[in-house]
Write a new protein. Structure first.
Length: 225
């Protein structure tokens, strides 16, 4: 697995994201030592969570077993919202005593950027897996739907404090809430607005990265995306 990772055309990007994760974590640690307050420590955990879907995506895309690839995809889908959930951590930015505002802005921006790029890189791998079995049109429709589900998951995580583990730990409350959103769209119109707007934002961001990565990706995978 490690040898395959090194041989992957995106290994340099993975190394850069690892360095970005390390720098972001060090900035958080410095802030804690400088201020004596553990603010933004959660960013280190959120970055760690953003690495998990990339691991499942790489494992699934390199597997020769359809069952393993399917299991890895489902695990990826479960953790995928974590990679872009970190973008909403920018909500925590405000002037605080003892630290320049620009420093906190850089910490949040670097952490958010790292998590977002990890998510998009994992989606590129999933994109490849989907194209093994489906047409280009079906694959792109699936990607749009994936962003829609992810955006809904980000909303429930940010505002309702659900997380990926609740699918196992608290499935009934999560399912009941999902049914309520579907059956009462007017009462939950704020959720729909957030989900649609965030889906458009994520899709446009992914399309930009996809256009840049497409030639190298097709060369590495030998498939026309």
């Amino acid at each position: 697995m490690f040898l395959k990772l090194i041989q992957n055309k995106y290994f340099p990007a993975i190394v850069l994201l690892f360095l970005a994760s390390a720098v972001s974590s060090l900035m958080v640690m410095y802030r804690i030592l400088y201020t004596g307050h553990p603010m933004y420590l959660f960013l280190v955990w959120n970055i760690f969570l953003a690495w998990i879907p990339l691991g499942f995506a790489l494992y699934g895309s390199q597997s020769k077993s359809k069952w393993i690839a399917t299991g890895a995809f489902l695990a990826w889908l479960l953790f995928f919202p974590n990679s872009h959930y970190i973008l909403t951590d920018i909500f925590h930015l405000k002037a605080r005593h003892g630290i320049p505002l620009w420093y906190d802005l850089l910490v949040l921006l670097l952490s958010s950027w790292t998590g977002a790029m990890l998510g998009f890189l994992s989606l590129l791998e999933v994109h490849h897996v989907l194209r093994r079995y489906f047409s280009r049109a079906v694959t792109w429709i699936s990607i749009v739907c994936l962003f829609g589900l992810e955006s809904f998951g980000i909303y429930t995580g940010r505002y309702l404090r659900f997380n990926s583990w609740d699918i196992i730990a608290d499935p009934f409350n999560l399912f009941n809430y999902f049914l309520d959103v579907i059956s009462n769209p007017y009462a939950n119109k704020g959720i729909y607005k957030f989900t649609i707007c965030f889906t458009v934002f994520l899709l446009l961001s992914y399309l930009f990265i996809f256009v840049l990565a497409k030639p190298k990706f097709e060369q590495a995978k030998g498939i026309n995306l």
